[in-house]
Design a protein around this ligand. Structure first.
Ligand code: PNW
Length: 483
């Protein structure tokens, strides 16, 4: 095991837990909320693993004070949550009415956080597009409309909450929105070329069109914030991208190249435009004209449109050249090493294994390439079969503790040994919650939720993370992480 090192975090390092509105709130028809695309999608037979939906979730719309008390009991100083667009503007559009009850709800929520000494870190869009916009003009497929409507919604939020919110995330994981929603068709709105899965969609074009809308919507909201709100509100704003480390399967040059190609499609698609002002050349090579063009005028708004690098990361993929999966940049992913061993501990979801070295490598890669402070806005693990064992056993979540032991050690090493400027770390998630297409089968929480009673029970991982944060707060030796 690694020898203990003196590991410190910057004094104002942000350490909190993360959630998202649709995954926790429930109360789908309360206080004037409009539907989001996830409401009906989750209720369509076959779309979620357990056939369940977000109608109740962790009931957090009602239990918001309990959730804040839980955060306070963990001694957390920051909370990342998302605002539901269709609670603020039920029909979503720039000419549609604003719902005062929705504004009040989040306003009270923010006040209560602040009363508890917790800084709000707000995501404006975590996948819950107002259904009305999808029905009206195709949602993210319609650049002209969605960019204006999203920017308007963002303005309404800056106006209502910006006096107290100083940390904004425009969009959560645009890759997931575009690829999983309009390519693979496993997330709302479920578009895909696969007609056994979906009556609508063209997986060869729609994801790239949607991707451009997302980039532009983000960029225009940031422009509005910087020009109209930032001078007075003085907050920070940026996008948060998903992205896992890509490691060559072996040292064959084609596999070394494949790992970079994987990063270009998974991360560079959004990060290169936003931070560098161009699409990765490899994407153009593979997609040709299907990679939706961004005009000269648009590039001016896009380039430099994030104050920091927002990073959600979970795992590492071993990359081999070949295969026909365009969404992975024609790269084949595996967790099995050439010698037949597994990269790390398998999670409940097929796409996740524990490999903390990859977390450190990714931090280094992103800092070197994009040269901005990094906010880790999600990082977490779903213990295999946790949903199918008695609660007492689930609370002893050793695999998750080991995961966080590894990633927090990597975090400290990246900061202290590699000099990477990391400013925030948010484990996903505060609570077990609605895990999208997995329903409630896959649990990512550091807090166990009993869905019969809605009781919350801290898992060992919550206690572990609270301990790490305390040590780090005191800026003392973090020996236990390394032992
Ligand atoms: C993220 N993949 O989603 C989201 O931001 C969260 O809402 C979600 O609960 C969390 O990670 C855990 O899944 C992802 O297939 C969904 O690689 C799927 C993938 C990655 C991230």
């Amino acid at each position: 095991m690694a020898t203990p090192t003196t590991s410190k975090l910057p004094k104002d390092f942000i350490w909190g837990f993360a959630t998202a509105a649709f995954q926790i709130e429930g109360s789908w028809d309360v206080d004037g909320r409009g539907k989001s695309i996830w409401d009906d999608f989750a209720k369509t037979p076959g779309k979620t693993q357990d056939g369940k939906n977000g109608d109740v979730a962790t009931d957090s719309y009602r239990l918001w004070k309990e959730d804040i008390a839980l955060l306070a009991s963990y001694g957390v100083k920051t909370y990342r949550f998302s605002i539901s667009w269709s609670r603020i503007i039920p029909l979503g559009g720039r000419d549609d009415p604003v719902n005062q009850k929705g504004i009040e709800y989040y306003s009270n929520f923010i006040d209560e956080l602040i009363r508890n000494g917790i800084t709000p870190f707000v995501t404006l869009y975590h996948w819950d597009l107002p259904q009305a916009l999808h029905d009206r003009y195709g949602g993210w497929l319609n650049k002209e409309e969605i960019v204006q409507d999203y920017t308007h919604y963002a303005r309404v939020c800056f106006e209502a909450f910006g006096d107290r919110v100083k940390h904004w995330l425009t969009l959560n994981e645009p890759w997931c929105v575009a690829i999983l929603g309009y390519g693979r068709g496993v997330f709302a709105p479920g578009h895909s070329s696969d007609r056994t899965r979906s009556a609508e969609g063209d997986s060869s074009t729609e994801p790239w069109i949607v991707g451009r809308s997302l980039i532009l919507a983000h960029a225009h909201a940031v422009k509005a914030y910087r020009e109209e709100f930032k001078p007075k509100q003085k907050g920070q704003i940026g996008i948060t991208l998903n992205g896992d480390w890509a490691m060559p399967y072996d040292d064959n040059q084609e596999n070394v190249d494949a790992a970079q190609h994987a990063l270009d499609f998974a991360i560079g698609w959004f990060a290169d435009p936003v931070y560098l002002g161009f699409y990765p050349p490899y994407m153009r090579e593979v997609l040709g004209d299907r990679l939706a063009d961004i005009t000269e005028e648009e590039w001016k708004v896009v380039k430099g449109s994030s104050d920091f690098y927002g990073m959600n990361t979970y795992t590492t993929n071993l990359c081999r050249a070949g295969g026909d999966d365009e969404f992975q940049g024609l790269v084949d992913y595996t967790f099995t090493r050439p010698d037949g061993t597994q990269l790390g501990t398998q999670a409940h979801c097929a796409w996740l294994q524990d490999y903390p070295e990859g977390f450190r490598a990714l931090l280094n890669y992103l800092y070197k390439r994009y040269k901005l402070p990094i906010y880790v806005t999600e990082n977490g693990f779903a213990v295999k079969d946790e949903n199918f064992i008695p609660r007492d056993q689930a609370l002893a979540d050793t695999d998750r503790v080991n995961y966080f032991r590894g990633t927090t050690a990597s975090l400290l090493a990246a900061i202290n040994e590699d000099g990477v400027d990391v400013r925030a770390y948010f484990p996903w998630s505060l609570l077990d919650n609605f895990e999208w297409a997995d329903g409630y089968v896959t649990r990512f929480g550091v807090t166990y939720v009993d869905y019969e009673t809605q009781e919350r029970h801290p898992k060992e991982s919550a206690k572990f993370l609270v301990k790490v944060r305390l040590w780090v707060d005191k800026r003392i030796l973090v020996e236990l992480i390394a032992s």
